[in-house]
Design a protein around this ligand. Sequence first.
Ligand SMILES: Cc1ncc(COP(=O)(O)O)c(C=O)c1O
Length: 469
Amino acid sequence: MAVPPQVSEDPVAPADLAESTDLQERARRNLWMHFSRMGSYDHEHEMPIIVKGEGCYVWDDQGNRYLDGLSALFSVNAGHGREEIGDAMAAQVRELDFVTLWSYAHPRAIELAERIAGLTPGDLNRIFFTNSGSEAVESAFKLVRSYFKATGKAQKTKVIAREIAYHGTTMGALAATGIPVLRTAFEPLMPGVSHVPNTGSYRWPEDRDPLWAADKIEERILWEGPETVAAVILEPLQNAGGCLPPQEGYFQRVREICDRHDVLLISDEVICSWGRLGEYFGCQHYGYQPDIITTAKAIAGSYIPMGAMIASDRVFEPFSKGTAMFAHGSTFAGHPVAAAAALANIDIFEREDLCGHVRQKSPEFRAALESLSDLPIVGDIRGDGFFFAIELVKDKETKESPDGEESEDLLRGFLSGELYRNGLICRADDRGDPVIQFAPPLIADTEQFEEIVGIVRPILDEAHKRLTA
Ligand SMILES: Cc1ncc(COP(=O)(O)O)c(C=O)c1O
């Protein structure tokens, strides 16, 4: 088991050159990284090897320090190097290493389920653990089908998701993912999933009704036939596309639509829970009540994989009596060591009031990023909590986006490498229009906001020159 590194004053000593060259070669030979162009790593383009983390920072094997402006992948929310999470995990291994939740319970899973139920809004009281976000989404899709079969509406099987949204990579979750480049190689996917417009309003006509995107969901339900639609899956603030916030009243309208047509609302909070938007759950930030929440990433601080599907009492009810069963599960979900890590993680959240810190500091973080708005490449700055994106444009007046080739050159040919070389890990992404995204650990403060802006400003300035040269 990996115990987090000791917090220390000492910088990481650069690894022996021979040792780090050796790691590069061994990685090139045997490691298959995810969503990575493996062919792009060669003797001139080395892969980053991260060896240590502490607070908001990580270090590579050469001793270089980076501000982790992405919390690894929107996930190390309480920061790196929390010894107490490692201690809790080690203590759990000594007490009970493993028992599966297939028919057995164990104290940490019981305590964690109770603790999470105490943090969720309304009657979201039933916690079904998973090992990842994709599995949580997959579980939610199986649950909604199974729920409607159990309640006499077996025809209700379809799911509605939003364009460009990312909901994971397993075949069901991938069907909800609305990013063509991630889907095409694996088609055909789970049938019965369709996509509606997202809330990205940067290029909307000025006279568009603010609840247009919400109403598109009802249009789709009616088109499909309400008797066939089981669920709508939405992130509170959509990540892919670049931190797309909902319009005022969006989720309240969606809730009404779902109620009108007996459609379940799944709030996919794999990123937006655990303080990212300043509340334990993103739906609390935007004031709506889902039927199911899916979560993962920061639930156990990312010190060990864990996820969960959280269902309302109403959705759980058909499975609560007699011989009824939700016929779904996996060996490791709710692992005692992961549950111990999650409990220690929640202790930290409560003791340090991380949600309160995000609420208090979010306006300052936003203002720091908005100080970049004089740059000609900065089109839009949007987001909430500790989760923001800057959309990059060729022309601010016309909002013209770089085309595919320009975007490839801008993001992969320049920005990603340049930001990293200058000590900042963040995300340069063009799954929608090109953006850079920031989601630092929730302990970040003025110093980190200034550091982000200090690194980003000259690089964006140079990026615009390249784009318009
Ligand atoms: C909203 C959302 N749902 C689901 C997933 C899938 O989670 P995982 O990568 O843990 O399978 C992600 C991952 O980033 C996500 O952002």
